[in-house]
Unconditional design. Sequence first.
Length: 118
Amino acid sequence: MSLSILLINWNFAISLSVIGYLIVLSALLFLFLIYLLIPRVIQFVTKQYLRKKADTGDEEFSELPVTGEVSAAISAALYLFLNEQHDAESGKITIKEVSRKYSPWSSKIYGMRQPLTK
């Protein structure tokens, strides 16, 4: 009797593992295809934009050579520009202790010893 329960649990565990692996592998395949198609979509949109500009008479936009080196240089420049720190900070916080024990500004004695007046 206990052997049949054990086999049922193993069958469930194996089927659950196989289904999980299939889901993960299909998600990875989907992401791979999306990342494979992104450069082609960008190139298609850029060509459409350039054709539209060439029809209007702009010779400046007739051809746009965007290679991997150019894209890497642009992305590196944007990364450095956006993550630039304006001030070099040390990251240390210091608190100086004041040795004055009495200060008339923080003393409450004067407020407590005043007679009540109407």
